[in-house]
Each structure stands twice: as structure tokens, then as C-alpha cells.
Design a protein around this ligand. Structure first.
Ligand code: XIL
Length: 453
């Protein structure tokens, strides 16, 4: 056993049996209080709104499946219905994950938003790299839409038919479809989708269209002209991949102007990313931002609901795509509801939040390179408090701690134990403490389950 940080004050170390017993009592109070909360889907249903999440089919078991089924009344397949997934080589279809998600939704009395039929991204190589005449391209698109929409006919409540058609300045994005077929590919796609399943609501979906701006105005003008032409269009999806503290001031006004066109508005991919680490002040701001988005949707009758793009930070696309950012969803990596979860519940009329009597520890990797990584553990209390703490876990994949700060950490074999430093043993009710460490890894670096106490 080696001590990795000097300067530890034994006075604050959790040694006495009485202190341990107190701590244990504080910790066990947590699950019961949380279980008493009304699920988000019940709160949303009472307001006539959808509350959805994007999901990954392979994860729909255990805690992930329990939460997805219990808390949400809509599901969107995160990747399972994209062209590269369903037809990876020409004429060879793979519906396994999409079928699984639709079956899960039916079993849990949930609606499904199909995502997505026409996009510039996540297309199979054979399609993207092929040389096609406009007539061939048109046939390919019609066949794709007819095949996929027909497969799920009568079982999906909505389809994101066209995804991300605009540039930031409101001009059409240069894509396989636009370049080959012109802007009317959008009207054609909607018409083919309607023919294949007349009961699904058909949407155009885009990002950076949450506030009133050049891009959302282009989308507005498109929807208006499609309606005037009699092209089937039922809704617009505002993705809402937002940055902490940057909910547009015109969000509600923008939702309202689309609703006034006579189409449904859905917030389809909400997440609110922050620069890591996810300290308490940022999580509090994030809760306010989530509440602002939910409030805007609740305030407009034509807003059908809100879908989050992954409900847990362990199933979010943000860290992969936005370097240094993360913690964008309402649950942390260990499925503990964050302040954002309680903000959603509050906006939907919930009253029993947040839970009482809980202190929890949350482990996260904040950066990782070829041989090393930086980790962080956050101890947060709500309705409880600590005067000293110790967090333990097991590094099952051979990771080693090399240096720690704001805690004294020791590692014996795979067992790691970190106790508070002299100055940060106190975690107040509603407060949190964070410590960090550097480690070495090779092969894999999975997130361990941590124990507080
Ligand atoms: C993302 C998925 O979440 C990732 O797993 C995938 O690697 C890339 O695509 N806008 C969309 C979604 O419409 O389909 C994207 O989903 C996120 C941005």
C-alpha cells in the first residue's frame, strides 16, 4: 500500500465506528426517497406532452432498460434506423436493433419516433460513394423510404423524414440529395413517406433552429411553402443540442411561430453540454437551462413534447464529438438523477423533488490519452451531509492511480480507497466536493462502480 498524497490530517479521517454508522444511515436513505418520485412520463402525460429519450438497443436491459421504460413515453432509436445501419450493403437489410427498440416500446406502452430517412450523414459507403444519375438517385431514395416506412407501418407515431437540410445562413446544405435532385427532394421524400404510412406524423428536423435566426427562418419559410403546396408536412423537430447557459431567449417565440403555421413542434434531441469537469455550479445552471426548455414547450399548445438525446451521460454522443465537453444529459454515468432531472420533473408539474437523505459519489474520466487518464469523483449530498468521507472502488482492468489531489488515495492490488483531505471532509446538505487523480491504463479503461462510506 502506498500513500499518494501527503498532508493528510488524521483528525478528519473516518475512523470511529460511530461515525461510520452515521454515514451508513445517511446513505441507505437514498433509494426509497427517489423511488417515491412520480415518473417523468406520468407527469408529462398529465400535461398532454411527450417526454422521450434516444436509446441504444443493446443497452435496453438492467438499470438502463428500467429507466428508459419507467420514465419516458416516447423512444427514438439513436442510430438503429439510419440508412447505414439498416442497409449497410446494397440490398442487405439489418433491422435487428430497430425491431428490438420498437418491440421494447410496444411492451412499455411507448410511442416511437423514427429517425431518420433522408440525411447527409451516416449513409452507407455504397450509397455515398456511388455515381448516380438523378433518376437513379430518386429511385434509390423512394425505395429506401418505402421499404423502411412500410416495415414499421402503423407502429411509429412520427418520422423525422428529412434531417438537417439547411446551412447556418439558411441556404440549402449541399448534400447527395440536394446536389442530385434539387430542393424538391424534401417534398418528394415527404410524399413517399405519407404514401407508405398515412398514420405517421411527418417531420423535418434540424439543429440550431431553436431560436429565431436565419436558419430557423429558412425552415419556417420551407414549411410554410410546403403547406401551401399541399405537400404532407405535420411537424418540425428542433433538435436542441445546446451549450450550458445558452438557451436562446427567443425559444418559446420560435416554437409559437411554427405552431401558428399549423404544424406540431417537437424538441427532438435535447442535450445541454458543459465543459468538464461537471462541478456543482454548472449542474445547477444546467438544471435551469433544462427547465427553460421544458417551460417553453409546456407553454405552447402546439409543442408536442421533448426528447432527450440519451438520458444518461454514459450513453451520450457529446464526449465523442465535442472535445472536453460532456455531462449533457439528466442522469450521470451511474444512473443517478442530476439536478437537470429534477428540473424536468418540476417543469412538468412534479412536486416531490429532489430526493432527501442522499449522499452519492460519481466517478468520471475527464480526459484520456494513450497510456494515461485523468479521473474525477464528485461527492454530492442532498438532504444529508457528511463530515468525512471515503470513496472506494476496484480497478478491474488493471488501471493504476499515479497521483491524486484533494484526497488521499491508496491502491492495493485492484482496490482503490480515497479519503478526504484535511480541508474538504465536510459536504453540506446541497453541496458537493470533488477530487481528482491521474492514472495509468492499457487495453480498456472502464468506469468502475464506486462506494461511498
Ligand atoms: C448521433 C448519435 O447519437 C451518435 O451515436 C452517432 O455516432 C452520430 O449521430 N443529430 C442527429 C442525430 O440528428 O442523429 C445525431 O446522433 C446527433 C446529431
Amino acid at each position: 500500500m502506498r500513500s499518494l498524497r501527503s498532508g493528510f490530517s488524521p483528525a478528519s479521517l473516518l475512523t470511529g465506528a460511530a461515525t461510520l454508522a452515521t454515514l451508513g444511515a445517511l446513505l441507505v436513505a437514498a433509494p426509497a426517497a427517489q423511488a417515491a418520485d412520480t415518473p417523468l412520463r406520468d407527469l408529462a402525460a398529465a400535461k398532454g406532452k411527450a417526454i422521450g429519450t434516444a436509446v441504444t438497443g443493446s443497452k435496453l436491459t438492467g438499470t438502463y432498460g428500467d429507466i428508459a421504460g419507467a420514465q419516458f413515453n416516447w423512444l427514438t432509436p439513436g442510430n438503429a434506423m439510419k440508412w447505414e445501419t439498416v442497409e449497410p450493403s446494397r440490398g442487405t437489410y439489418n433491422w435487428a436493433e430497430a425491431d428490438q427498440i420498437v418491440a421494447f416500446a410496444q411492451a412499455h406502452n411507448q410511442q416511437v419516433r423514427g429517425h431518420t430517412l433522408v440525411w447527409h450523414s451516416q449513409n452507407p459507403d455504397w450509397l455515398e460513394n456511388g455515381t448516380w444519375t438523378p433518376a437513379e438517385l430518386s429511385t434509390l431514395l423512394q425505395d429506401h423510404i418505402s421499404t423502411e416506412v412500410t416495415r414499421y407501418k402503423g407502429r411509429l407515431a412520427a418520422w423525422d423524414v428529412v434531417n438537417e437540410p439547411f446551412n447556418e445562413d439558411g441556404t440549402y446544405r449541399s448534400t447527395l440529395w440536394y446536389n442530385g435532385l434539387g430542393a424538391d427532394y424534401i417534398a418528394q421524400a415527404l410524399t413517399w413517406a405519407r404514401a407508405a404510412d398515412p398514420s405517421a406524423k411527418l417531420y423535418i428536423n434540424d439543429y440550431n433552429v431553436e431560436g429565431v435566426n436565419a436558419k430557423s427562418t429558412a425552415l419556417y419559410n420551407l414549411v410554410k411553402s410546403l403547406k401551401e403546396r399541399g405537400v404532407p408536412i405535420d411537424g418540425v423537430g428542433l433538435q436542441a443540442h445546446l451549450i450550458l447557459g445558452q438557451v436562446p431567449a427567443t425559444f418559446q417565440q420560435n416554437i409559437q411561430r411554427f405552431a401558428d403555421l399549423g404544424v406540431d413542434v417537437a424538441i427532438t434531441e435535447l442535450d445541454i453540454r458543459m465543459q468538464l469537469p461537471a462541478i456543482e455550479a454548472k449542474l445547477t445552471q444546467q438544471a435551469a437551462d433544462y427547465k427553460a426548455v421544458l417551460d417553453a414547450c409546456v407553454a405552447v399548445t402546439g409543442c408536442s413534447g421533448v426528447t432527450v438525446w440519451g438520458f444518461t451521460d454514459s450513453d451520450s454522443w457529446i464526449p465523442d464529438v465535442f472535445e472536453g465537453y460532456g455531462a449533457a444529459t439528466p442522469y450521470d454515468e451511474n444512473y443517478v438523477p442530476k439536478p437537470a432531472y429534477h428540473a424536468i420533473a418540476t417543469a412538468l408539474g412534479g412536486t416531490t423533488t429532489p430526493p432527501t437523505g442522499a449522499c452519492t459519489a460519481t466517478y468520471g474520466v475527464t480526459s484520456q490519452w494513450n497510456t494515461g487518464f485523468t479521473g474525477q469523483v464528485r461527492i454530492a449530498c442532498s438532504g444529508a451531509a457528511l463530515s468525512a468521507w471515503r470513496v472506494s472502488w476496484s480497478f478491474g482492468a488493471g488501471q493504476r492511480i499515479t497521483q491524486a489531489w484533494n484526497a488521499t488515495c491508496t491502491q492495493t492490488g485492484t482496490a482503490v480507497s480515497c479519503a478526504n483531505a484535511s480541508y474538504n471532509g465536510t459536504v453540506t446538505n446541497g453541496g458537493s466536493v470533488t477530487f481528482g487523480f491521474n492514472g495509468a491504463w492499457s487495453g480498456t479503461n472502464p468506469v468502475p462502480a464506486v462506494t461511498l462510506g
